[in-house]
Every structure is written in structure tokens, then in C-alpha cells.
Design a protein around this ligand. Sequence first.
Ligand code: RAM
Length: 349
Amino acid sequence: MLFRTHNTRKTRTAAVAAIALSLALVATGCSAESGTSGGTDGGGDANLAITFLPKNLGNPYFDTSDAGGETAIKEFGGTFAEVGPVEATPDGQVSYINTLTQQGVGAIVVSANDPKAIGGALTEARDAGVKVVTFDSDTDPEYRDVFINQADAEGIAKVQVDLIAEQIGDAGEVAILSASANATNQNAWIKLMEEELATNHPNITLVETVYGDDDDQTSFDKTAALLQSHPNLKGIMSPTTVGIAAAARYLQTSEYKGTVALTGLGTPNQLRDYIEDGTVTAFALWNPADLGYLAAYAAKALIEGDITGADGDSFDAGELGEFTVGADGVVLLGDPFVFDKANIGDFDF
Ligand code: RAM
């Protein structure tokens, strides 16, 4: 269901084409995967019980990434589980981490709501022998073994700014609708988006950044409030799949449809209708299933002692091929990919 090319990119064009192919393939391969059961433990004495801990449950993005993890874990004969809080609060994951430590899992694969709030619990887990992989949203590096980064932060920031600039004629007021205020990934991207706007788009003004907490209703309400407080708003960037979907739903039936542009990071299935009716023109993302798949293989490599998370360590990631750990224990999946009316029909996740 997956392919290998993320780590052997030759040109940007080739990479984008390859990622498109991957997304198309994985869409079919992973759509039937769900649930919390896995295979039986294998690999000799290695404890391949690997639990995914998303920012919160009920987000299709994490459903897809964690299903990718489950696919990988079944492939190598480990045991997959997924647990997580209902709300994406800074310390909402602490009790789950403590329980997993008591249970003696082999590894925790976590997307952090805050760079520090789960640090103490993760340190206790690691002291007890549990390997810690962050993916999607990192903690401070001292709290984990490796971070599986979906795409380079500069690229994620730039693709969103490029899209909004294109959609509003490179001038006017824009706002950002983010996830939770402490999210490591969103905050890193927003900082770089601000820099990119200041450096390359002098006629665009960022008037406000608001937080929908990766909660659908809060994100919807924040969109309404933004449009009310800024009557000259020309565009919204939402670097969260929950935020962009809620904002699109608001815009679709509002007087702003077609006049206020919306872009950011979304999943094709959540945004398909809005692309088709013109509420949204184009948005970006990577392949969440590949992200979870890669994170699971990194957990296996840590558990089996093939890697420690040191710069230059390399490991096998099944159908994605061989990956190498970079500086600060970061493993890079690939490039972001832009979805629009012309290609959205090729994807199902
Ligand atoms: C949401 C989450 C996640 C982020 C995506 C783009 O699903 O906030 O962390 O990576 O959006």
C-alpha cells in the first residue's frame, strides 16, 4: 500500500509526483484499517507493544495517521493500540502516559499538545524503559528519542503563505485560525508564516491569530468572530485540519463565500465539498498515513536497539524504504503537497 521515495527525492517535481502516487495508493490501502487490535508480538524478545497517543481523539487526521501506524505494526508482528484524551489540552495526555508506563509498553508514539507539559511523564516512561517517539507535534527534544516530522517547517509555512497570497492578489488583511495555543507544531509554523509574510509579502497584513483548540465548534465560532471583527478581511489561513474544515463550513453558507479566501492544512475528505463548490480553492497537507507508518517503524527500530535517535542512525521503514535520523533526533517524512479541484478526486483520506 505504500511506496518508497520520501527519503530519496531527486527533484521537487519528482517528489511531488511520487507523493501524489503514494497518497493515492495509501488511500485505498489504509481506508479499511481501524480498530485497536494488532498481531501477536514477534521479533524474539523485543516488546513490540506500541501505543499511539494523538493530541485528541475524534480527529480524522489522527484516525488516518494512527491507521497507518497500525498497518506498519501488523506488518512487523507487534501489538497496536490507540488511546487519547477527548480535548487537546496541554496536560490531557499525562494520565495516559502514566498508565502506559505502568503497563510496560515497548513504545509510545505521541503528538504533543505542549512542548513541556508532558515532559515529566515521558521522562518517567523512558526511565522505565519505554521508548518515546513524537510525531506530528514535538515536545522539547530532551523528552523523546526521536521526532517524526511530517515536512520541514519552513516548507509548511511557505506553502500556506504562497497559497493565500495567490488567492488574494498578494495584498490585504489576513488572519490565522490555529489549533490550541500551546501546540508545538502550529506555533512553529505560525512564527515562520509571520516571517515569510514580513519578508516577501509587504502588502499583506496579518491582523489577528485566534485559537479554535482543534475543536470543531470553537473553530467555527472563532471564524465567525474573525469575520465580524475584521470587515476588510480578505483571507484566512488555518494550519489545522480541524480549523480549516470548520472555517470552510462557516464560509460556505455565509455572505463571505467567494470573497474571503481560505487555505491552510486540511484533509481531502473533509474539504472535498468545499473545493467542489468553490468555498476553498487549494490547501496543503502531507500523507498522515505515511506519517504514522514511519513513526511505528521508528518505534520498532528503537525497541530493537537498531537506533538510539543519534544523528546518522538509519532504519528500515517497510514499504517507505530506509530513513536516516538527522540533527536533534528528527526524521523527515517528505514535502507538503497541494490539493485543488484538479487532483482532489485522486485522494480518499
Ligand atoms: C490537526 C492537528 C495536527 C496538525 C494537522 C495539520 O489535525 O492540529 O497536529 O498537524 O491539523
